[in-house]
Write a protein that binds this ligand. Structure first.
Ligand code: 0L1
Ligand code: MG
Length: 262
């Protein structure tokens, strides 16, 4: 690691206070160009520790930047991984308070719920499908703490991959009931289609993003626990939303899930 423990704690506190006070900041690698991957995930871990100390619960995990559309949109080349806490979970069809966010965007995703733990290295799509209880549509609300969503990969990892809110809903299907490569989806904003795609846009198969998460955790001596909810990453580019917008995601054969922004 390149950064001192105290610097990691300070950066975690800085990013979390930006989140809690709805304030943006420049990317942290501007001030710490030597920051390495271990530092980036250590900052993310310190943010999580601070949330857990205040009574938050981890309710899921996420992979981000898993589609070429997202990678192109953000000018990066690799997936990233983060956590989801209970505060981020929004009931299906309910309202998200835009005043609690900086500059939210929505992403259409496939969510996985596991019936068995997954541990890398060597985790693959087959292992993920065998360990999956069901899959369902999900919308992730991302809200980078970085000004104008301008960041590099290490800065965005430290910022818990822009995680802010999410909703899952629609029809839960066994993985054998749907071909997640060819399944089509449409994201609508205020009744108009704004992004469309198919599951294969996520690393060739959304389960590959879950395998990548298990392999990432395996390198750190961790696993994805049984029962976990995992957001596998935006199928399309992210779409900006503001107060007054309604967003709905329809996934072929899996129904729809929606959110309103107040
Ligand atoms: O979930 C995601 O794909 C977001 C990852 C972080 C990058 C971003 O803020 O777009
Ligand atoms: Mg996402």
């Amino acid at each position: 690691m390149a950064l001192a423990k105290q610097t990691i704690e300070q950066l975690a506190q800085h990013l979390e206070s930006c989140q809690l006070q709805m304030r943006d900041t420049h990317k942290i690698t501007d001030d710490h160009p030597d920051m390495d991957w271990d530092d980036a995930y250590a900052i993310q871990d310190a943010i999580l520790a601070s949330k857990l100390a205040r009574g938050a619960r981890v309710v899921g995990l996420k992979a981000g930047l898993t589609s070429h559309a997202k990678m192109r949109q953000m000018g990066v080349t690799d997936p990233v991984f983060g956590f989801l806490v209970d505060d981020y979970s929004v009931p299906e069809g309910s309202e998200v308070a835009t005043r609690e966010l900086i500059h939210p965007k929505v992403e259409p995703e496939i969510a996985f719920v596991l019936k068995a733990a997954l541990k890398g290295p060597g985790c693959h799509i087959g292992a993920v499908l065998a360990a999956t209880d069901f899959v369902m549509p999900g919308i992730e609300v991302i809200d980078s703490r970085y000004r104008d969503f301008k960041f590099d990969l290490k800065s965005v990892v430290a910022d818990n991959t822009s995680a802010a809110r999410f909703v899952v809903g629609g029809r839960a299907l066994r993985p054998s009931e749907v071909d997640l490569r060819t399944v089509g989806l449409v994201l609508e904003k205020n009744g108009q289609p704004v992004a469309l795609g198919a599951g294969a846009a996520v690393l060739g198969h959304p389960a590959a993003a879950v395998a990548a998460l298990a392999n990432h955790l395996g390198r750190r001596g961790q696993e994805i626990p049984a029962g976990s909810l995992i957001l596998s990453g935006g199928v399309t580019e992210a779409v900006a939303v503001t107060a007054g917008d309604s967003v709905s995601l329809r996934v072929q054969g899996m129904g729809s899930v929606s959110l309103r922004f107040a």
